[in-house]
Structure formats: structure tokens, C-alpha cells
Write a protein that binds this ligand. Structure first.
Ligand code: 5GP
Ligand code: MN
Length: 329
């Protein structure tokens, strides 16, 4: 892996390069993009972060000094691209996937990543893309600056569910400590990520909780939020981030889904409480992918037609690997 990173740095010369993240970026995506762009800058390689979608409100504190530009931004150079936290080229969104069907490199931790770049720095066991990137930077004897360290910390903290998910290892905690030594500020990160919720998000959460539906003896839990709810509450698309975790958190629930309308179809967020329950495979049945216990897919159709297919697929996943459940009536 380290050799691949060295080769990448050699191939980049002095730049310019684009650091591309995935559509609807999360903390691991933006944190890793910012950290990589800044590290490349420190190595004399000019790098610009690019994303098809805007940086979510709660992550903007990471990009004050390192902007993330849209693909059509004026003055964006024609340059090779490194894809970050993308399981495949399509995750970067249509425009960037079409421009870079085979990017120079990808840096990622998704089990479904086929190795779609020329240089693939992919480690599915890693808790976060930020964890891979930090190991590469430190492995070269480098050191992230304080902003990069904060980005890497946010990536690590968010993708591990605040250091709770099974991919969290002793190495994740050691890395967190090292990032704090290099300037990451956990209290500041936690303020921006978790202590600034807009009231509309809590109103959305109330609607979501009211719509939870249990199936398969309480082992599956799903909810769909129609677009009218977002309009009525004045909620933004990003306000639904993480709702699915509440569905998974119910005692006895082994597989959970949150579904919303997007681009004329449906987007499903899938979670399991055990990496042996492979929601990446469940998502794969609908053309999606992701991690063993956190995945997603897009469905062309409405909730009435998706609901029975989703519940059946969840039943199949449970039949393959689930354990007997308790009922929630
Ligand atoms: P989320 O549910 O938070 O949107 O996504 C969970 C995980 O599933 C993320 O790691 C993301 O990369 C992956 N994922 C979400 N939607 C899709 C999709 O449509 N296709 C693929 N391949 N992966 C997805
Ligand atoms: Mn990630």
C-alpha cells in the first residue's frame, strides 16, 4: 500500500490534481479530501477538492481554508483525479464518473470496491478512508497539519459511529490520539457534528420514528419518508443523514432500512447490526453496494413497489445469516 502511495506521488509530479469525493459527501469523504489535498500541497503538489454536491452544513467548518469546488467551477484545471471514499466511479456522480471512468487513483475502504482506478489504495478492513490515508501519511514519515488532522479525525470518528462499530480497533484509538497530538480538536468537531442540529432535523426524526415498520419477527425495521414531509417541515436533504441508525438501534433489529425519494426514484440506506449480515449484498440485488453492515442503493420506482421487494430481500438476508428474533407487535 505504501509503495502504491509513493508511486502515486511520483506520478503526480507537481500537479495539478483533483481530489474527488462522492455524491452527498459525509464526514469521511470531506475529511479525507481536505486532508489529502493539504498533504499533497505540503509535498509541492497542487491539489483541488471537487464534489458534485455541496459540503453539508455541519461539515463546513472543515473546508474554510480548503474549498471543495463543483465540477463546473471556473478555472478548475484539466488534471488527473484521485477518488476518495468512492466504492466505484459512479459514486462520484454522473458528471465526474463520465469525466474519469478510470481515475489515476482511488483511496477507499469499501468491500465492494472493484479496483476501478490505475492505482488502487483500497483496504476493506479499514474503519474509514481517513484511517488509510493517515496511515499512508504517517507511513511516509509525514505529518498532517492541524486542519488535515481535524479532517482525518472527523473521518475516523464519523465512519466508526464515534468509535462504536466493529471495524473500530486499538489502532483506530491510537490514530485518534496521534491526530489530537497533531492538532485535531475532538470537542470542536463534536460541537459542529452533533450539537448544532436545526429544529427541522428533529422534526424529521419525529416523523421517521412515527413511521417505523417492523417485519420478520422484529428483526427488520424500515421507514420511508415521502418528499412532502421534507417540504412541510422545511427540512434539507442532508437532514435525513443518520436516521437509519435509529431503526437499527432497536432491540432485536438486525437489519434496517431508511428510504427516501430521490431523482425520480428511491434511495435506500441499509444497515445491519452484524457484518455477517451482508447488506452490501442486499444492496447489490438492486444495483447498489457499500460495506458489509452499511450500504445503499437506488431503486427506479415508487415505495409501493419497492416496499415488498425490500422486505423480501431483507427476509432473505436474515434467512442466510440472521438469528431468531423477538417480535415488536
Ligand atoms: P448511506 O446509507 O449512508 O447513504 O451509505 C452507506 C454506505 O453505502 C456508504 O458507505 C456508501 O458508500 C454506500 N452506498 C450508499 N448508496 C450507494 C449506492 O447507491 N451505490 C453504492 N455502490 N454504494 C452506496
Ligand atoms: Mn468512508
Amino acid at each position: 500500500m505504501l509503495e502504491g502511495f509513493r508511486e502515486l506521488l511520483r506520478r503526480m509530479g507537481g500537479g495539478p490534481v483533483l481530489v474527488v469525493g462522492h455524491a452527498r459527501p459525509d464526514g469521511d469523504c470531506i475529511g479525507s479530501q481536505v486532508a489529502l489535498a493539504r498533504f499533497l500541497g505540503s509535498q509541492g503538489i497542487s491539489a483541488t477538492c471537487v464534489n458534485v454536491d455541496p459540503v453539508p452544513r455541519k461539515l463546513r467548518f472543515l473546508v474554510e481554508e480548503t474549498p471543495v469546488l463543483p465540477p463546473d467551477a471556473a478555472g478548475l484545471p484539466e488534471a488527473p483525479a484521485v477518488f476518495v471514499d468512492c466504492s466505484d466511479a459512479a459514486r462520484a456522480g454522473e458528471v465526474l464518473a463520465a469525466r474519469f471512468p478510470r481515475p489515476l487513483a482511488c483511496l477507499d475502504h469499501h468491500v465492494s470496491n472493484p479496483g476501478f482506478a490505475e492505482i488502487n489504495l483500497v483496504h476493506p478492513g479499514a474503519a474509514a478512508t481517513a484511517e488509510i490515508l493517515a496511515d499512508l501519511i504517517y507511513g511516509l514519515g509525514g505529518r498532517p497539519d492541524a486542519v488535515a488532522a481535524q479532517g482525518l479525525f472527523v473521518g475516523l470518528a464519523t465512519d466508526t459511529g464515534q468509535f462504536r462499530y466493529p471495524a473500530t480497533t486499538a489502532a483506530s484509538f491510537r490514530l485518534a490520539g496521534r491526530l489530537v497530538e497533531d492538532g485535531a480538536d475532538p470537542a470542536d468537531a463534536s460541537y459542529h457534528l452533533y450539537e448544532c442540529e436545526p429544529p427541522a432535523r428533529l422534526a424529521l426524526l419525529r416523523e421517521f420514528l412515527g413511521r417505523l415498520e417492523y417485519a420478520h419477527d422484529g428483526r427488520a425495521c424500515v421507514a420511508y419518508l415521502p418528499p412532502e414531509i421534507f417540504q412541510r417541515l422545511g427540512a434539507q436533504a442532508e437532514d435525513s443523514e443518520g436516521l437509519v441508525e435509529y431503526a437499527r438501534s432497536v432491540e432485536g433489529v438486525q437489519v434496517a432500512a431508511y428510504v427516501e425519494s430521490r431523482n425520480g426514484g428511491l434511495k435506500a440506506s441499509l444497515r445491519s447490526n452484524n457484518p455477517l449480515l451482508r447488506v452490501d449484498r442486499l444492496a447489490g440485488q438492486f444495483g447498489g453496494g457499500g460495506h458489509a453492515a452499511a450500504a445503499g442503493c437506488f431503486f427506479e420506482g415508487d415505495w409501493e413497489s419497492f416496499r415488498p421487494r425490500l422486505l423480501a430481500a431483507m427476509g432473505q438476508t436474515l434467512a442466510d445469516r440472521g438469528t431468531p428474533g423477538i417480535s415488536h407487535g
